[in-house]
Design a protein around this ligand. Structure first.
Ligand code: 4AD
Ligand code: MG
Length: 467
């Protein structure tokens, strides 16, 4: 007797006797001579139809208990389903064991209560719905696609610290990570000025949860050549939007001897490749999203996977946007940081395909981006995609020590805290570039799900750290 997942079992070349499946009942219906139940075990979107017939066993006690959500093991014979059935096999039960009951009056996952907002309040149970199970399976496959892409292209996977002493983005959006008990106010060590004395903290200094592994990634790229990180990052920004989380996963490749052009080529190739991977490997789950979530999903994904991306310098994009200023809430002029409405206009209305915006003004860009010869723009780039706007932010890095030091002074960044980062420009400095792709935003793109809270199992957003 073999125990098989539904996915394995539906792939079988031939019917088989004495097969066991284990999973959760989705529905049951009874006729005079048979009962039918649909079982789902999470291995695939598809349910297995199970047929209970009195001539194969006594199910009178078990059947009434088979309500939505009950977990069971069923053993029986796997037979070809009749012509016209949804699947090629069905299981004719001989024996059933119930592991866990599920009170239908209390179980929150019911057909009538399935708004996304409601399901967020029961995030521990929503993976039992079709949509969230599909989301999690696609998420797993997409993560695999990321690793496969970089491994196939000669990159090394590195792990950068989660607790860090430096603010990569210089945006001051960091969560403090401390061993001091901030709740015990009176007992906290104090400096002479009365401030909390972080020199008494576990690390002997003030530390944070990382906003990006880039700076450490640069040090590793300037030793190994091509590296990438794929890990959690944290931002304490209080923005309640459809595309911001306080905790999200970021993929950050960093490449020695790459310039901005190479960086843009890699970003485009990477996004196309992982999109194709999902199209080729997540068929049944994508069908669900295309049917119930975003009817344009497959054409959007083809657009992302196949089109040559538009590339436009910031200064030229601003000219286009200025001409359309009457439709924007925030008016655009040279020097402004673009908002999602502007990004989406370029991608969705103007170019109608993914767009890479490069050469931003230095004042709205991070300190590490390489200064252009014009003295006012930097070699940074953002990759913008439909429905989301910014999916990737990246840059060629400033590799000249004197220029970087001046930049840091302009940004009021303490060079002492970045001594090791500056060392990279002292010892064998080389041109290099990289980017960061927000994994949840990529998930929004490939599933069509429109809120970032619904592409991760347990979203961390302002006001929500339940579970
Ligand atoms: O543009 P960002 O801030 O760039 C960096 O962090 C660089 N250090 C990356 C690099 O060059 N290695 O963030 C990169 C991407 C964004 O384009 C976006 O997709 C995602 O990370 N992102 C967020 N995703 C969800 N919630 C947030 N709060 C995000 N902030 C950024
Ligand atoms: Mg950015």
């Amino acid at each position: 007797m073999a125990t098989l997942t539904v996915k394995e079992l539906l792939k079988r070349a031939a019917a088989a006797d004495e097969i066991t499946v284990k999973g959760w009942i989705r529905t049951r219906r009874d006729s005079k001579t048979f009962s039918f139940a649909e079982l789902n075990d999470g291995s695939t979107r598809e349910n297995l139809q199970i047929i209970f017939e009195a001539k194969h066993g006594d199910f009178t006690a078990a059947l009434p208990k088979l309500v939505t959500g009950v977990s069971v093991a069923v053993t029986g014979d796997l037979l070809a389903a009749p012509a016209g059935a949804r699947q090629k096999y069905e299981l004719h039960a001989k024996n059933i064991e119930i592991y866990g009951d599920c009170d239908p009056d209390k179980y929150p996952i019911q057909k009538k209560k399935t708004s996304d907002e409601f399901l967020r309040t029961v995030a521990h149970l929503r993976p039992r719905t079709n949509k969230y199970a599909s989301m999690l399976r696609v998420r797993s496959e997409l993560a695999f696609a990321v690793h496969k892409y970089f491994r196939d292209n000669g990159f090394f996977y590195v792990h950068t610290p989660i607790i860090t002493g430096s603010d990569c983005e210089g945006a001051g959006q960091m969560f403090i990570a401390t061993s001091l008990d901030l709740g015990k106010h009176a007992a906290l060590p104090r400096t002479e000025k009365g401030e909390i004395d972080f020199s008494k903290d576990l690390f002997g200094k003030k530390t944070y949860l990382t906003v990006s592994g880039q700076l450490e990634g640069e040090t590793l790229a300037l030793a190994l050549g091509k590296i990438y990180t794929f890990g959690p990052t944290f931002r304490a920004e209080n923005s309640n939007t459809y595309r911001h989380c306080a905790e999200f996963w970021m993929i950050e490749p960093e490449m020695a001897f790459y310039g901005l052009e190479d960086d843009m080529d890699l970003a485009e190739d990477f996004v196309k490749s992982i999109t194709r991977h999902v199209l080729e490997n997540c068929g049944t789950d994508l069908e669900l999203f295309a049917k119930f979530v975003d009817t344009d999903l497959l054409s959007t994904l083809k657009n992302v996977a196949e089109n040559k991306y538009e590339r436009i310098a910031y200064t030229d994009a601003v000219k286009l946007l200025e001409a359309a200023n009457d439709r924007f809430e925030a008016k655009v002029s040279w020097g402004a940081d673009l908002a999602s409405e502007h990004e989406r206009f370029l991608v969705e209305n103007y170019f109608k395909k993914p767009t890479i915006l490069y050469n931003k003004p230095k004042d709205v860009a991070a300190f590490y981006m390489k200064l252009n010869d014009d003295g006012r723009t930097v070699r940074g780039m953002d990759l913008l995609v439909p429905r989301i706007g910014e999916l990737i932010g990246g840059a060629e890095r400033e590799n000249r020590l004197d220029v970087l030091e001046k930049k840091m002074a302009d940004f009021k960044i303490d060079p002492q805290a970045y001594w090791w980062y500056l060392d990279l420009r002292r010892f064998g400095s080389a041109p290099h570039a990289g980017f960061g792709l927000g994994f949840e935003r990529m998930m929004m793109l490939v599933t069509g799900i429109s809120n970032i809270r619904d592409v991760t199992a347990y979203p961390r957003v302002p006001g929500c750290a339940e579970f």
